[in-house]
Design a protein around this ligand. Structure first.
Ligand SMILES: Nc1ncnc2c1ncn2[C@@H]1O[C@H](COP(=O)(O)OP(=O)(O)OP(=O)(O)O)[C@@H](O)[C@H]1O
Ligand SMILES: [Mg+2]
Length: 312
C-alpha cells in the first residue's frame, strides 16, 4: 500500500505546492520510488509545474482531469482512475523522471471543493440521521476511492491541497496517512499552526462520529501530523533573519510540534521561481540562481528527513 501524504495549510503562498512537487520529484528521481501526485487545488498550480497550458488543455479535452473523476464519483460511474493518470508527468529536456505520475486539476473543480453536508442539526428520525451521515461520508470519501483504485502501483501518493480546509482538503485528510504543514516562520504563522492542527483534529472527530452513525466500521478517519516544513527562510544577518530563526526554534519547542519539525528548511531564493517557469525541479534548472539553490541541497535533504520521519 502507498503512503499517502497531504501538503496543507489554510494560508496561501506558503510553499505547499513547491514542496509537494519537489518532494515528489526527489522521491522518484533520487530514491527510485513510484510516486503519484494528485492536484486538488483549482488554482491548478501543481499541474502547471508539470505541463504547459496548451498540453494541459489538450489533455483535459481528450481525457479529463480530477474534476471529471469527481463527476463520475458523484454520478456513481466506475472511476477508472488509471485512465486519468498522466504518466511521466515531469520531463527534464526529453527525459521524463521515471515513475512520477500526476492526476491533473482543473479550475472547474472550484465550487465543487466547497460543499460539505453537515451532520449537526435535528433530524425527525434515527433513519434520517443515519442517511445524512451516509451522505456526509460519501462526500468525504472521494479521494479514498481514487486512491483505492490505484492499488499498490505507487510507493507514495502526494496530494497538493488548496489554501483552505473545505471539502477537498477534508477528503485529502481523510484519505492520507500523514499531513505535512509548510509554513514561513513569521510570528503569525506560529499562531496559525496550532490552530491548524486543532482544526484537523476537529475534522477527524466529526468524520469519526459520522462514520459510526453511518454504520461504517472504524478504519482511519484522519491523517496524523507527519511533519512541519519551514520555507522561504531569509538568510543574511537582518532583523527578519533573526525573527525567522527565533520562530523556528520556538515552534520546535511547542507540544504539538514535538519531533515534527524538519531540520532542513528552504531559503528564499529566486531560483525556485525560475525553475517553476521552466517546469523542472530546481536542481535541474540551468541558471545561476537555480544552481545556487541546488548547492544548498534543500528539498532532497527535506525529502530524506521526511522519509525517515514517516517510516512506520
Ligand atoms: N524557497 C523559496 N524561495 C523563493 N520563492 C519560493 C520558495 N518557495 C516557493 N516560492 C515561490 O512562492 C510562491 C508561492 O509558493 P507555492 O505556490 O508553493 O505556495 P502555496 O502554499 O502552494 O500557495 P497557494 O496557497 O496559493 O496554493 C511561488 O511563486 C513559488 O515559486
Ligand atoms: Mg499551492
Amino acid at each position: 500500500m502507498p503512503k499517502v501524504i497531504s501538503f496543507i495549510n489554510y494560508k496561501g503562498g506558503v510553499g505547499k505546492t513547491t514542496s509537494a512537487y519537489h518532494v515528489a520529484c526527489s522521491l522518484a528521481q533520487h530514491r527510485r520510488q513510484r510516486v503519484l501526485m494528485i492536484d486538488i487545488d483549482p488554482q491548478t498550480n501543481l499541474t502547471f509545474l508539470c505541463a504547459e497550458i496548451g498540453q494541459w488543455q489538450r489533455r483535459r479535452d481528450r481525457i479529463g482531469t480530477i474534476k471529471d473523476l469527481y463527476d463520475r464519483y458523484v454520478n456513481g460511474v466506475t472511476l477508472d482512475v488509471n485512465r486519468f493518470v498522466w504518466r511521466d508527468a515531469v520531463v527534464i529536456g526529453r527525459n521524463p523522471i521515471q515513475g512520477l505520475d500526476l492526476i491533473p486539476c482543473d479550475i472547474d473543480l472550484l465550487g465543487e471543493d466547497v460543499g460539505g453536508s453537515q451532520i449537526v442539526g435535528t433530524f425527525p428520525t434515527i433513519q434520517a440521521l443515519k442517511q445524512n451521515a451516509q451522505r456526509y461520508m460519501k462526500e468525504m470519501s472521494f479521494l479514498n476511492r481514487v486512491i483505492a483504485d490505484t492499488g499498490d502501483r505507487y510507493h507514495w501518493i502526494i496530494i497538493d491541497c488548496p489554501p483552505n480546509l473545505y471539502l477537498m482538503t477534508q477528503n485529502a485528510l481523510h484519505a492520507s496517512d500523514y499531513y505535512v504543514v509548510t509554513a514561513i516562520p513569521d510570528h503569525l504563522s506560529t499562531i496559525g499552526l496550532s490552530i491548524l492542527t486543532d482544526k484537523v483534529r476537529n475534522i477527524g472527530d466529526t468524520i469519526s462520529k459520522a462514520s459510526t452513525l453511518a454504520g461504517q466500521d472504524g478504519g482511519r478517519t484522519i491523517a496524523e501530523l507527519g511533519a512541519i516544513v519551514f520555507v522561504k527562510v531569509r538568510l543574511g544577518g537582518s532583523r527578519i533573519t533573526t525573527t525567522h530563526q527565533d520562530t523556528m526554534a520556538a515552534i520546535s519547542q511547542e507540544t504539538f510540534a514535538a519531533n515534527k519539525v524538519i531540520q532542513k528548511y528552504t531559503t528564499e531564493l529566486i531560483g525556485y521561481s525560475e525553475a517553476a517557469e521552466n517546469r523542472v525541479p530546481v536542481w535541474e534548472h540551468n541558471s545561476d540562481n537555480a544552481r545556487r539553490v541546488a548547492r544548498n541541497n534543500e528539498y532532497p535533504e527535506i525529502t530524506r528527513q521526511l522519509t525517515l520521519k514517516l517510516r512506520r
